[in-house]
Design a protein around this ligand. Structure first.
Ligand code: NFS
Ligand code: SF4
Length: 663
């Protein structure tokens, strides 16, 4: 179907240069994107759905509930409070399930690697030993594969555990937090079990009390953050290497006119890593040359992109909202997808071009896509088969447009370990300098900007929020598509220090780091839990995560995973603000979530649509925590002398070494 689009006027508030460029070309004229669909639908979201009070949990409904109107409760008598809580909890369960099923695959891949099967190996032995201690694995006289196998089997058992003891990783949290969870009865037991129990309790006629529903909501989310996501991050690091700072590039300009462009879209790094290896294989390179291409250009989309960006410096072509735009360049031979955040529309967009959409996971098939199952036992063979399909398409490429000038330098790879070494020095990794700089006020606090981008909102909100935060001396940690978006506007470069307040700028300049740190994919939000715990353990900033001058946001969230992440941060003691949440149809439930939850967890939810005000609310929370810690008076500017610079400079970017892009 042809659509009329004059430049980009037919779209909804796009500020992204590369997106505008691609959409303005004749090539994209037949392409209908989500921006067009948002416009066609008139942006009118269902009031009941968007405020959390539409229930379709049984066939007496669906029931649309109006808070405070007696005749507008559910047929079963369920109130707005119960329905909003049940819906919210189910969103957490779905988001947690997505992370958990992903993590299970990673653990199984880890076990295969430990057994010596497949192309991967145990790379990060330090982290392996750390995990051995956490899991209580005796390492004496064992080689790394034996240790890894024991860890892998214990980790896998955490998913299906049926006894009532907590999942293993929970013991990494600050002591006080663990005691609170125990007192509240929200320690996650089996990771899968918490999702099942959440679904059961929100079934018709079970849990009817929103406080109680949200106890399980917390437990389920904690099973994600401190359970499956954390396992996935750590085991992936051990197999593929813990990220270190490296330079790379992002945006649609990373596509190459003279190479076979293959984008990897989805979430599971096992597939992406195998494709990285296969793209360097001589047989594959020879085939590419045979069709006249100079090589294989792999580029990421969404979180799988973040995984290979962090570990290998492979460029990221697009975040979530750009997936259709990447195809509309006409320059992609194959978009390889696995699970999560893949829009069904990509198959439709691809029809206008020579591009194949290749699904690879039995869980996630699409009409009009080619399916090549990624076999975990033979990953390299699967990856080669996929690349051969892409190579065969190269000669079919017709007109294309790559916005070559729009690609941004970024510095990525800020794992918890990197932050430790950068700020603490290579030989004495520690959070002491970070804590000291927070205490003396050069750094006002730490903010996490995470999660998706979303066609419903202008695409520059991440940037507005980040700029407001760094201008006010707040160090920003970013993950997921938010991080990619911040890269697209140049905030992931050390040069972005010019936008930071004087205190933060001083620290960043001394260390040589950007004021916005890319910490990985959405699963890697677990790194932020560990970083927050390290700040607590370092001392001087209270004895729990809820004492830290810390705040989080996933402003442009679209995925249920973002709600699960938000809840595990809130239940871990953080203040978390989104631009909207489906809970406002119940006064009591939203008051509970946005006010009373703080009395229980020391963290709470909040909602603020305006991006500047949202950032200011985060700063206000940070300032409140500074005042409670008694460090609010210390925000005078202290100039660094040479000794302080030497102290800080030991492990900076210069020292760790910015590996260039792997290609
Ligand atoms: Ni996170 Fe990543 Fe992106 Fe959102 Fe989707 S890719 S796991 S869910 S859209 S950040
Ligand atoms: Fe309606 Fe109750 Fe059934 Fe929900 S569970 S659809 S509120 S009758």
């Amino acid at each position: 179907m042809a659509i009329s689009r004059n430049g980009c006027e037919g779209c909804t508030e796009i500020t992204c240069t590369s997106t505008k460029d691609v959409l303005s070309k004749d090539l994209a004229k037949t392409v209908i994107t989500a921006y067009d669909r948002v416009k066609a639908r008139g942006m009118s979201a269902c009031l009941f759905g968007s405020t959390g009070t539409c229930c379709r949990n049984c066939n007496m409904g669906p029931c649309q509930i109006i808070d405070g109107v007696d005749e507008m409760i559910g047929i079963c008598g369920a109130t707005a409070d119960t329905v909003a809580a049940r819906n919210f909890a189910r969103t957490i369960a779905s988001g947690s399930a997505a992370h958990t099923d992903h993590a299970r695959e990673m653990v199984k891949g880890f076990i295969e690697t430990a057994k010596g099967h497949g192309p991967h190996e145990i790379k990060d032995e330090n982290k392996l030993m750390e995990l051995a201690e956490i899991f209580g694995v005796d390492t004496e006289g064992k080689d790394k594969n034996e240790i890894a196998l024991e860890i892998g089997e214990l980790a896998l058992a955490d998913f299906g555990k049926q006894d009532d003891t907590p999942v293993t990783m929970l013991k990494r949290a600050p002591k006080k937090r663990q005691e609170l969870w125990k007192r509240l009865g929200v320690e996650p037991r089996g990771i899968d079990r918490e999702v099942v129990e959440m679904m059961h309790r929100t079934h018709m006629g079970v849990d009817q009390e929103y406080h109680n529903i949200m106890l399980q909501g917390a437990r389920c989310a904690l099973g994600d953050g401190w359970g499956s996501s954390m396992l996935s991050t750590d085991l992936t690091d051990i197999m593929f290497g813990t990220p270190v700072p490296r330079r790379a590039i992002v945006d649609l300009g990373v596509l190459k006119h003279d190479q076979v462009n293959v984008t990897v879209h989805g979430h599971e790094p096992l597939l992406a890593e195998a494709l990285c290896l296969a793209a360097q294989d001589e047989e594959i390179l020879a085939l590419a040359k045979k069709v006249g291409a100079k090589g294989i250009n792999l580029a990421g989309v969404c979180c799988t992109g973040n995984e290979i960006l962090m570990r290998r410096g492979i460029p990221v072509a697009a975040g979530f909202v750009q997936q259709e735009m990447a195809l509309a360049t006409g320059a992609i031979e194959a978009m390889v997808v696995d699970v999560q955040c893949v829009m069904q529309s990509v198959a439709e967009v691809a029809k206008s071009f020579h591009t194949d959409i290749i699904t690879t996971n039995y869980r996630a098939k699409m009409p009009d896509a080619v399916h090549i199952q990624f076999e975990e036992e033979t990953p390299l063979e699967s990856a080669k088969e996929i690349l051969k399909k892409a190579i065969a398409n190269y000669k079919k490429r017709g007109d294309f447009f790559i916005p070559e000038e729009t690609k941004f330098d970024v510095v990525v790879g800020f794992s918890h370990e990197t932050i430790n070494y950068m700020l603490g020095g290579r030989f004495r990794g520690s959070y002491r300098p970070l804590n000291d700089n927070i205490i003396n006020g050069r750094i006002r606090g730490v903010a996490a900007i995470v999660g998706c981008d979303n066609y419903k909102m202008p695409d520059n909100h991440h940037e507005i929020i980040a700029r407001e935060l760094i201008k006010n001396d707040v160090l920003v940690l970013a993950t997921g598509c938010a991080a990619t978006g911040l890269g697209r506007v140049g905030l992931l470069r050390p040069e972005a220090v010019q936008y930071a307040g004087p205190g933060l700028a001083e620290v960043c300049e001394t260390v040589g780091m950007p004021p916005v740190l890319h910490c990985g994919s959405c699963v890697d939000n677990s790194r932020l839990l560990i970083a927050a715990t390290a700040m607590v353990k370092e001392g001087g900033l209270g004895d729990d995560i809820s004492d830290l001058p810390l705040a989080g946001t996933a402003p442009l969230w679209m995925s249920e995973k973002a709600v699960a992440i938000g809840q595990y941060f809130v239940s871990s003691g953080a203040y978390v603000v989104f631009q909207n949440l489906p809970m406002t149809g119940s006064k009591k439930f939203s008051k509970f979530m946005m006010e009373e939850m703080e009395d229980i967890y020391g963290g709470r939810w909040d909602i603020e649509e305006d991006p500047v005000k949202l950032a200011q609310k985060m700063i206000a929370h940070i300032d409140k925590k500074r005042a409670e810690l008694g460090i609010d008076k210390k925000r005078e500017r202290v100039l660094f002398d040479m000794e302080m610079r030497r102290d800080l400079g030991g492990g900076g970017l210069h020292d760790v070494g910015c590996a260039g892009p792997a290609k």
